[in-house]
Design a protein around this ligand. Structure first.
Ligand code: SAH
Length: 452
């Protein structure tokens, strides 16, 4: 048994789901944050369980050949990026490996897994930022939460966010400090400014700033708008969202526009999207295009197909498909997302789409029972994967192809195994890096029905 009072030396040999290094001490598994495969380290065990331990990284005795100095000074502290200390090519290889391993171990699937499609420049890729606001030594701070806590790390510049955020953060800090505006105190549930959320249309340069407040009043609101207008290029919209609940959820139910438009505009490829304060939108537009073009390629449409896009969100994939299909039917649980999907179809003049609100596990079997059968099915489920009844209905419908977009290799592998048993062979898998420097990996998978 390991001893919590001792210091150990170990070599890291693997990487866990959250980007933590994994190694063995006397055949006992230990997880160490901020360590990567190839590092030889000194560690102190902080958590000791029956089957594993958690160690703190004390010193790197011999760095991995893939270790780099992260661009960001707070990379090890902030909860945003988990593997910025690994060179980017290795991040991409590691992500592919995670997929290969999950498919083999969980799904017993041995398919072609292509090298991960990465970004040319894996920085400044996020179009949405959410900054909690706090106070330190009498001055306002905006930043990100420390790993696993609600302590705010003041952030001058975040390397994965749109650069304009730096300006926005500076302006808001100045506004709070100059006019002595109360910031929100989570423990006391008092103070006004809770969060600042920013959205940027990368293709248009349009910017939206959302002030989340614990109360309706907004002192010196005109001054803030003046300051933002003066300093933030592309400012199209300033919005207030009121959240007076004692909760971790960022947004409240009431939203109104303080300045400019209710929405900003962005494009993915030649598709236009109207983005409001509360609407969902992919956070990495460049890689979203890469992923959805892959989905379109795998769908291999001729123009005659009826396509189902299950878990369609705001219809991003649906609209990509609609240009090449006879008709597309999108299914999604969130009402507001379906409203956005319908609006997005309208502004792109795509009249061959239909959207349904409800649980996929209810709606898909109902549509099938009513006689609506898909020729090609695309699924893009949340992390927990597809409900079995959804997979079962897909199999009964017998589309010639299924395209599976997944953000979780483990549930992907489980679902591919189910489909494999029912006659759908996994042809190829394309991992795409949507969240550079984090341990997340997204995949697009092509499956084909094997004729009996
Ligand atoms: N394809 C979309 C979103 C995929 S994320 C896009 O490209 O933007 C997964 C989506 O599944 C989310 O929008 C989520 O709201 C939705 N969802 C979660 N559980 C669901 C269920 N049981 N039935 C239908 N949709 C669900």
């Amino acid at each position: 048994m390991l001893d919590k009072s001792k210091i150990y030396e170990m070599e890291i040999s693997g990487l866990g789901h959250s980007g933590e290094g994994i190694g063995k001490i006397d055949d006992f598994t230990v997880f160490v944050e901020n360590a990567i495969p190839g590092d030889v380290i000194r560690t102190k065990i902080t958590v000791l369980k029956k089957n594993y331990g958690v160690g703190e990284l004390l010193e790197i005795l011999k760095p991995s050949a893939n270790r780099v100095t992260p661009k960001c000074g707070i990379a090890g502290i902030c909860g945003g990026c988990q593997i910025m200390h690994m060179d980017y090519e290795q991040q991409l290889r590691t992500k592919r490996n995670t997929v290969v391993e999950a498919l083999k171990r969980i799904g017993k699937i041995d398919a072609v897994v292509h090298p991960t499609l990465g970004m040319d420049n894996p920085y400044e890729y996020r179009n949405k930022a959410q900054f909690p606001v706090g106070i330190l030594d009498g001055k306002s701070i905006l930043g990100f939460y420390k790993k696993g806590s609600h302590e705010i790390v003041d952030t001058e510049y975040c390397h994965i966010q749109a650069p304009i955020n730096t300006k926005i953060v500076q302006v808001i800090k100045k506004y709070i400090d100059d006019f002595d505006v109360a910031v929100y105190d989570e423990k006391e549930h008092s103070g006004l400014i809770r969060h600042v959320v920013t959205k940027v249309g990368f293709a248009t340069g349009e910017v939206m700033v959302i002030m989340v407040t614990n109360g309706k009043e907004f002192p010196y609101k005109d001054k803030l708008i003046e300051m933002l207008k003066e300093n933030v290029e592309g400012l199209k919209s300033v919005v207030q969202n009121i959240n007076m609940k004692n909760t971790n959820v960022i947004f409240g139910d009431t939203t109104f526009t303080l300045y400019g438009e209710d929405q900003i505009v962005d494009y993915i490829g030649d598709l236009k999207f109207n983005i409001s304060a509360r609407s969902f939108y992919q956070v990495n537009p460049a890689q979203t295009k890469v992923l959805y073009e892959k989905a379109l390629e795998y769908a291999d449409l001729t123009g005659n197909e009826r396509v189902f896009d299950i878990y369609c969100g705001i219809g991003t994939i649906s609209l990509f498909l609609a240009k090449k299909a006879k008709e597309v039917h999108g299914i999604e649980i969130i009402d507001a997302a379906i409203e956005d999907a319908r609006e997005n179809a309208r502004i792109n003049h795509l009249t061959n789409t239909k959207f349904y609100v409800g649980k996929a596990e209810d709606v898909v079997p109902k549509l099938y029972k009513s006689g609506l059968v898909a020729d090609v099915v695309v699924v893009d489920p949340p992390r927990k994967g597809c409900e079995e009844s959804v997979l079962e209905t897909i199999v009964n419908m017998a589309p010639k192809r299924v395209v599976y977009v997944s953000c979780n290799p483990a549930t992907l592998a489980r679902d591919l195994a189910y489909l494999d048993e029912k006659g759908y062979k996994t042809v190829e898998v394309q991992p795409v890096d949507m969240f550079s420097h984090s341990s997340h990996v997204e995949c697009c998978v092509s499956l084909e029905r094997i004729k009996e």
